[in-house]
Design a protein around this ligand. Structure first.
Ligand code: CP
Length: 334
């Protein structure tokens, strides 16, 4: 059984198959590949795009989506093994995964890092526990990576730029008033490197480096593809000659679980906003962001309203790639 937890578990050619079929679904959207199938969508955190695109996409393929928010409209779940469950949790992941597997053909999970303990968050225990105890494929709707966003991002870049090998890709950190999780940033460098781009990571200081486990995977992907991987803290150096600029904010891993102290550091870097002046240093780059985005904090109105901003196209593509992905996962189950 194949899960979709990280794109690193999938070959580039399998990912390209998903993208190619997504392009077909974009033209002919009503393909009843999920007829008589049901998908549980479990949200431990809020969502706008992910929930909407999964629910509508599943409906467009003739399937049924059941949306659950554990701890709100479904029982709170215990993930620790051998726990004496005398606290808030009402049932254990072992039963939840098995029961949902008996009702549904796929289980999709959104469970963000909790920002209390880095090692706990890196273990990605919620989705990995579902994968361990479920007997149907499990799909990552954003945990410590966001692989569905990766697919939509690459599809959008292929639509705009064709073959991505050798393109210069910039992931830039941006300011945000809160320390956000690193999922999309981790995902950005994983997928850009997998598709053969020269990857640059621009962040204000060493405090904002991504975790080695993701940077090392991205470096290895670059090596396999004969591409480069570079980290810079210099804004001009980052933007210079970029073909693609992708922006994301994240909290410092060096201040994990310590948001007050981290804020004092982060507040010095508001000038990392993506603006027209910075975009002018690029090779007429496309700009994108996973959304949601705070205008005039992460990127200016001028950038968001420009012809080179493809964030809305990327958000639309979430729907097409996810439909293609679910189709492939179910085909592989047969
Ligand atoms: N990009 C994304 O996953 O959006 P939501 O958080 O709204 O689902």
């Amino acid at each position: 059984m194949k899960n979709f937890i990280s794109t690193q578990d999938w070959s580039k050619s399998d990912l390209q198959d998903i993208l190619d079929y997504a392009k077909e679904l974009k033209v002919n959207k009503f393909q009843y590949n999920l007829k008589n199938k049901s998908v549980a969508l479990l949200f431990f955190n809020p969502s706008m795009r992910t929930r909407t695109s999964f629910e509508i996409g599943i409906q467009e393929m003739g399937g049924l989506a059941v949306v659950l928010h554990p701890g709100k409209d479904a029982w709170p779940i215990e993930f620790k093994l051998n726990e004496v469950m005398d606290g808030e949790t009402e049932e254990h992941i072992i039963e939840v995964a098995k029961v949902l597997s008996s009702y549904c053909d796929l289980i999709a999970i959104r469970a963000f890092p909790k920002f209390r303990n880095l090692e706990d968050d890196l273990s990605d225990n919620v989705i990995n526990s579902f994968a361990k105890y479920a007997s149907v494929p499990v799909v990552n709707m954003e945990t410590i990576t966001h692989p569905c966003q990766e697919l939509a991002h690459i599809l959008t870049m292929q639509e705009e730029l064709g073959d991505l090998s050798g393109k210069d890709y910039l992931l830039t950190w941006t300011y945000h008033p809160k320390p956000l999780n690193t999922a999309v940033a981790n995902s950005s460098i994983l997928i850009a490197s997998k598709f053969g781009m020269n990857v640059k990571l621009l962040c204000p200081s060493k405090d904002y480096l991504l975790h080695d486990s993701y940077t090392n995977q991205a470096k290895e992907n670059c090596k396999v593809n004969g591409a480069s991987f570079e980290v810079t803290h210099d804004i001009s150096q980052g933007y210079k000659d970029a073909d693609i600029v992708y922006a994301k904010s994240w909290g410092s891993l060096n201040y994990y679980g310590n948001p007050q102290e981290e804020k004092l550091i982060r507040d010095q870097y508001k000038h990392f906003i993506v603006d027209e002046e910075k975009m002018a240093m690029t090779n007429n780059a496309k700009f994108s962001h996973c959304l949601p985005l705070r205008r005039n904090i992460k990127a200016t109105d001028g950038v968001m309203d420009s012809d080179y901003c493809v964030a809305i196209q990327e958000a639309e593509n979430r729907m097409h790639v996810q439909k293609s992905l679910l189709t492939k996962l179910l085909k592989e189950e047969k």
